[in-house]
Unconditional design. Structure first.
Length: 227
């Protein structure tokens, strides 16, 4: 059968977005980014989307069961038997439990939880080094992708700046929230026998090779074949 339900876990700066794109493409999985999916459900005016909108309009987070229901609703629209890759949800134990319940109602489950693990100091280096052009929004990194002229965009000459959520104080706070709220999901999925820890250090291609090995062990197939 292979892995039909995959979730991607990891702290801010672990590279989940980059890896999610490659996984979904190579393994034929529906990539569900919960932020985009929530906005789409609201825009289309689905029953659960209307429920979520009431909370969002009030400046509140949509309840876990509503978001989990929107995930299940989105999966019901995919081709029968097509697998999924969930990125950005769940972020807490209560969300994981709500997701399991919603998936069970549709005959699906989480078959593999890929947890990308990176040392905290490396995450701080990655996140605090990010810069954006104030004029064209082109991204840079002071260490991994610096501009040719310090603090100036190669493309338009605009000034580079650091986003407020990329300062060291904010980054360390975000990582502390992750440790408190989301990291316990590793134990949750480990107890179900579906957790695969992935070394997230090194180049993106090296990390993806490790992810692929874990997927192939569960998948029983090579990239590009149906899930």
């Amino acid at each position: 059968m292979g892995a039909r339900g995959v979730i991607l876990l990891g702290p801010p700066g672990a590279g989940k977005g980059t890896q999610a794109e490659r996984i979904s493409k190579d393994y034929g999985l529906v990539h569900i980014s919960t932020g985009d999916m929530l906005r789409d459900a609201v825009a289309r005016g689905t029953s659960l989307g209307r429920q979520a909108k009431r909370f969002m309009d009030a400046g509140e987070l949509a309840p876990d069961e509503v978001v989990a229901g929107i995930v299940a609703e989105r999966l019901a629209e995919s081709a029968p038997g097509q697998g999924f890759l969930l990125d950005g949800f769940p972020r807490s134990l209560s969300q994981a439990e709500a997701l399991d319940e919603a998936l069970a109602d549709s005959g699906r489950s989480v078959d593999l939880a890929l947890s990308i693990q990176v040392p905290e100091e490396e995450l701080v280096r990655r996140l605090t080094g990010r810069r954006l052009c104030a004029d064209c929004a082109r991204p840079y990194h002071v260490e991994f992708g610096p501009p040719q002229v310090a603090d100036r965009c190669d493309q338009c000459g605009g000034r580079l700046y650091q986003r407020s959520d990329d300062t060291e104080e904010t980054v360390r706070n975000r990582l502390a929230v992750y440790r408190d709220q989301t990291e316990p999901l590793n134990g949750y999925y480990r107890s179900r026998g579906v957790l695969a820890g992935i070394d997230g250090t090194g180049r993106p291609d090296e990390v993806y090779a490790r992810i692929r090995r874990s997927l192939d062990r569960v998948q029983g197939s090579e990239p590009g074949q149906p899930a």
